[in-house]
Design a protein around this ligand. Structure first.
Ligand code: MLT
Length: 412
């Protein structure tokens, strides 16, 4: 009989968002009237149409595919040059990232997991706590951790505390670490690191010969030009960081699916024998082996996001979601709750009042306000005592949430 991957059993329950959906569905079953009032501000899924320039590009691609002389079959697994060039010019102009260091994919969630394929078991791994669960769960499923402890931490993963004392900005640990996952602007807390903060992570990684897996999926939400959008704004980052980016939250591609990973040519790891090796050829090889890449219509749409009209339309979308989050931040504060994030990120992070736990406050917001949030404990033990509210919504719904927050009654 086939032997299954026992590491699945280490993961407690469902992945966070299906679990929330299950709980909301069971509420709706018990109380069908809830459906008309329900506002979903849980999962960070976009609500507005994709930019018109991207939609037009998809239609153009469909047209191309339907004529023999413009038909496209397999393309390069890592993406067509015109898309990689558009991204390099649009995102990394003065940062020295070359088009052939940009590997197109169906999004950064997948790439964060795929990265494990090029790193050997035995790497010492650190993640922030709270954290986007994908970094942890993919390590668990790949057998890179031991079981989960009573403290909610998997054996073999070092949690770096991000809490109120450090403004939810994890600091470089004084511990032997080979791989660290960082995410800025942060999911789930909405925290944004400043230049000295990120520079200290780069210096830390260079000193230890560690690699930073830098998830910048929310980079477009950085509203202050003095804050870093890419890790490659720092000297030496090309030798110590891979960067994940995505069009999901900027161009509204959560359903279209397109992102990329930057792997600089200078980035090296070492084989178990001790020999140093560049990561770039391994990442290329992984793509060639595993995938035929992103579909032609999606690549057309991705390039269109970097056309002058596409860029303006993307900026508009990002500003809607970012300002939604800022509005939620104001509304949460006005309701007398503690709040972080929402300035350079689409998420606000809310302290649960009166000692309530994350799920208890999630239930209260659902039952009293008919608003779905995300319980912070789903992002690791450090998220207990918080909920996340997503700004991915129409402005009308955001205003409705703000109004409902005024009526919130918290049991003493
Ligand atoms: C979230 O809500 O944390 C995100 O939508 C999840 C994701 O991007 O995969």
């Amino acid at each position: 009989m086939a032997i299954l991957n026992e590491h699945f059993d280490k993961l407690p329950g469902q992945y966070l968002f299906p679990e929330i959906a299950r709980r909301v569905a069971s509420r709706l079953e018990a109380n069908p009237d809830l459906a008309t009032r329900l506002i979903r501000a849980g999962i960070g899924d976009v609500t507005e149409p994709i930019p018109a320039a991207c939609a037009a590009a998809i239609r153009q691609a469909a047209d191309e595919l339907s004529h023999r002389d413009t038909f496209r079959g397999y393309g390069p697994a890592v993406g067509h040059p015109f898309v990689r060039e558009a991204i390099a010019a649009g995102e990394y102009q003065e940062l020295g990232v070359e088009p052939d260091e940009i590997f197109l994919s169906d999004g950064s969630k997948g790439d964060a997991g795929h990265a494990l394929e090029i790193f050997a078991p035995g790497n010492r791994i650190a993640v922030a706590d709270p954290v986007y669960p994908v970094y942890v769960d993919t390590n668990v499923l790949a057998g890179r951790t031991g079981p989960i402890g009573a403290d909610g931490i998997f054996d073999g993963i070092l949690p770096i505390r991000a809490n109120e004392a450090n403004d939810f900005l994890p600091e470089p640990p004084d511990a032997p670490i080979d791989l660290v996952y960082l995410c800025f602007p942060n999911n789930p807390t909405g925290a944004m690191i400043d230049r000295p903060g990120l520079a200290s992570w780069v210096a830390w990684a260079l000193e230890r010969d560690a690699i930073i897996l830098y998830d910048a999926a929310y980079a477009d939400f950085v509203a202050d030009p003095s804050l870093p959008k890419s890790i490659y704004e720092f000297d030496g980052a090309r030798r110590c960081a891979m960067e994940f980016r995505s069009l999901s939250k900027s161009a509204g591609f959560t359903g279209v699916r397109c992102g990329w990973t930057v792997v600089p040519r200078e980035l090296e790891g070492r084989l178990p024998s001790g020999e140093r090796r560049p990561v770039h050829p391994m990442w290329s090889r992984r793509w060639a082996t595993r995938s035929n890449g992103v579909s032609w219509p999606v690549q057309r749409a991705a390039a269109a996001a970097y056309s002058p009209e596409g860029r303006a339309q993307v900026r508009e979308l990002v500003e809607l979601y970012r300002s939604n989050a800022e509005r939620l931040r104001e509304g949460v504060a006005a309701a007398g709750l503690r709040v972080w994030g929402g300035l350079h990120a689409p998420y606000v992070w809310v302290g649960c009042p009166n000692g309530l736990g994350s799920w208890a406050f999630f239930d209260l917001l659902l039952d009293q306000l008919a608003v779905v949030t995300t319980p912070g404990c789903g992002f690791g033990p450090g998220g207990e005592g918080y909920v996340r509210i997503s700004g991915f919504n129409s402005r009308e719904r955001v205003e409705e949430i703000v109004q409902r927050l005024e009526t919130l009654q918290v049991p003493a």
